[in-house]
Ligand binder design. Structure first.
Ligand SMILES: [Zn+2]
Length: 377
């Protein structure tokens, strides 16, 4: 009775919120890093702690967090990470990562948003490899000598950023990669042209990094492949974009650029990535580059008009981050609407992907011919 009396006298308290739980461990292998993502059910009360146990083991400690029973050891086994062990202690839970090579991982916390939970992202970078860098530089020099047009093909999204989710859960990131690979094959068989991919598998690449990769290959053109999405399930057609520095063609174009630019929020870009937007905006080369981008967009939309299954919605402009290399003519292709049942079906169709890639390659070839004529005059 005494106990009851004590309880009654205590001030009313709200129940404490449930402790955050480590709900899932995900990972992706990219050419230059392995990315680990620890999904949480709620934000951590205090920040996670990163600790190097020895040169090949590091630990991420999540104070006061619990571990879901479904979270178990992950055997990664790529060139950088051996495995990931979750463990619980009285004061919280921890995740121990065994590396295959000594390197310095970089971790950051991302808040929930865009359909993603609160999460901790850890990038395990490949150690510097001067020999590989030298080989790439040599390869690029040779390419430059033998080919007069090098095209960066950029498959939108990837990794934890699936892009738009379309009809019957079709994922934009899968379609963009399939079309990008086919476009590379098409370009590589064209005389004087060579294509390379800014991502070649299912992993996240930040938007600015895509431009960096294009620069590393001394790309002459940059073609980003995406699929459009709309709440209006009847919306259909192909759009090709080039950069606008002064505002989008219309409200829909602005909204689309905002959605595509949000990729970095979904994948998360570490604060060190920096922001060179201002210096890029005032780059004097940009006007000429934008004129060439417009020419490229025109050649490509003409070529795409050759398929009766697609309607073209024309050329538009908006402020896509991925188009902002001041020296590389760049376009962004919204192939078709992944949210429309009929267009989702053709986007998934391998024959259509090949045909679409062929048409894009024709457009690029058309641009090349015009451009060669212009420079030889
Ligand atoms: Zn996209």
């Amino acid at each position: 009775m005494l106990l009851l009396g004590l309880v009654a006298a205590a001030p009313a308290r709200r129940p404490a919120p449930p402790a955050p739980q480590l709900a899932r461990i995900r990972y992706w292998t990219a050419p230059e890093n392995t990315r680990l993502v620890l999904d949480l059910t709620a934000p951590l009360g205090s920040p996670p702690q990163f600790r190097l146990a020895d040169s090949l083991t590091f630990e991420i400690y999540l104070p006061k967090a619990r571990k879901s029973q479904v979270v178990t050891t992950e055997f990664v086994g790529d060139s950088l990470v051996a495995d990931i062990f979750p463990a619980v202690s009285e004061s919280g839970c921890s995740v121990r990562v065994r590396l295959k090579r000594p390197t310095t991982p970089l971790g950051f916390v991302l808040p929930a948003g865009d359909g993603n939970p609160d999460r901790i992202v850890v990038d395990v970078p490949a150690p510097p490899n001067p020999e590989a860098d030298k080989q790439l530089a040599q390869k690029v020099t040779e390419l430059k000598r033998s080919r007069n047009l090098i095209v960066a093909i950029d498959a939108g999204h990837g990794g934890e950023d699936p892009g738009a989710i379309g009809y019957r859960r079709l994922q934009e990131a899968d379609i963009t990669l399939a079309i990008a690979k086919k476009l590379k094959s098409q370009l590589d068989i064209m005389p004087g042209v060579s294509g390379f991919l800014t991502r070649s598998g299912d992993y996240f690449v930040p938007l600015r990094k895509r431009i960096d990769i294009a620069r590393r290959y001394q790309a002459d053109l940059f073609v980003s492949i995406h699929c459009n999405a709309s709440r209006d399930r009847d919306a259909t057609g192909t759009e090709i974009y080039f950069l606008s520095l002064t505002g989008a063609t219309d409200e829909a174009a602005r909204g689309l650029a905002e959605k595509e630019n949000a990729a970095d929020l979904i994948g998360g870009v570490s604060p060190e990535a920096g922001d060179d937007l201002l210096s890029i905006l005032f780059d004097l080369r940009q006007n000429d580059t934008i004129r060439r981008s417009s020419d490229l967009a025109e050649s490509m939309i003409d070529a795409v008009g050759g398929d009766s299954r697609l309607s073209t919605r024309g050329i538009k402009q908006a402020g896509f981050v991925v188009l902002k290399a001041p020296e590389i003519p760049s376009v962004l292709v919204e192939a078709a609407f992944i949210t429309n049942a009929r267009e989702a079906a053709i986007l998934k169709d391998v024959q259509f992907q090949t045909k679409f890639a062929e048409m894009l390659a024709q457009g690029i070839d058309q641009y090349r011919t015009q451009h060669l004529r212009a420079t030889s005059n």
